[in-house]
Design a protein around this ligand. Structure first.
Ligand code: ATP
Ligand code: MG
Length: 279
């Protein structure tokens, strides 16, 4: 395996976000995360990849302190943002520090217009009308589609546009870091591409760091600097995105690029064996 391990990567520059060995339990009994460690360098796009139910959303919610609302608790480990413990903070405290979560399923206020939705993103900041207008224009620069739809009711815009509204609204808080949950969900490949291009632009020009959860490993690896693969509440592999994309196991298990084509039963057994080794 060519991918570097978590500890190797740890030597070097300071981390914006550092999750150390967290365990998450829902309803006092359901063990959802079993010792997840993960870091995000300032200015990076980091992908958290894994199948349905692997624990991606749970990890993001553990960071943003949204677990309690779901009867979930971080029972072990620690979460630090710029070296400060944030795991006992309110969601608002974290927003004030510049960390915003964009929820899975692109929650917008359907009855409000696109522009009104964007404006709700600035609620934590006390700024003048002129600044607000300025910030809106800044968002429209990255999302020209939203400018043309600014007066449409958000509930009647397309899935892709709603995802853009959700990200644009997060940007209105002038975040340092966005926790982006499953941006590709239910969207056509071309729209997914468009959204990831914008994420990359926001990362490069606005210096926003991203931790993004994705089932779509292919696109996530193309747009991120570093990646973690999570299975059943554990990180099973991590490394620079390019190394992960070239890794034979990742290609086979997550990118569906097995050389042999369709698998026979024997190959499935082989798959299971290697899968155990991976975990
Ligand atoms: N509110 C909850 N109460 C109890 N169990 C939960 C809750 N939310 C998630 N879980 C469980 O925790 C585990 C991880 O779920 P999570 O939603 O984090 O996965 P995910 O990787 O985001 O999956 P998906 O790709 O489907 O969004 C799953 O086994 C899930 O059933
Ligand atoms: Mg999820």
């Amino acid at each position: 395996m060519t991918a570097t391990t978590h500890t190797e990567q740890k030597n070097g520059s300071p981390y914006l976000l550092s999750i150390n060995n967290i365990e998450v339990i829902y309803n006092h009994v359901i063990l959802a995360l079993k010792g997840v460690s993960l870091d995000v360098h300032e200015g990076n796009i980091v992908a958290l990849m894994g199948a349905n139910g692997a624990g991606k959303t749970t990890t993001l919610k553990a960071i943003s302190n949204l677990l309690r609302a779901e009867r979930g608790d971080v029972t072990k480990g620690s979460i630090e943002f710029r070296g400060e413990r944030v795991d006992a903070m309110t969601p608002d405290g974290l927003v004030k520090r510049g960390v915003i979560q964009v929820m899975e399923g692109r929650h917008c206020f359907g009855h409000l217009t696109v522009e009104e939705n964007l404006l709700t993103g600035a609620y934590t900041r006390s700024i003048s009308r002129a600044e607000l207008k300025n910030d809106l224009e800044r968002i429209y620069h990255y999302f020209p589609r939203l400018k043309t739809r600014r007066n449409s009711q958000a509930g009647y815009t397309s899935g892709g546009e709603q995802q853009m509204v959700a990200v644009g609204r997060a940007m209105m808080a002038r975040p340092t870091m966005i926790l982006l949950d499953e941006p590709s969900m239910g969207l056509a490949p071309q729209i997914v591409e468009e959204i990831f291009e914008i994420v990359k632009e926001l990362n490069q020009k606005e210096k926003v760091s991203f931790l993004l959860a994705e089932q779509n490993t292919m696109i996530a690896l193309r747009y991120s600097d570093y990646g973690y693969i999570i299975e059943n509440g554990r990180v099973v592999m991590d490394g620079p995105a390019k190394e992960l994309a070239d890794n034979e196991d990742v290609k086979e298990f997550y990118l569906g690029l097995a050389k042999e084509g369709r698998k026979s039963f024997r190959e499935v057994k082989h798959y299971r064996r290697r899968k155990r080794w991976l975990a």
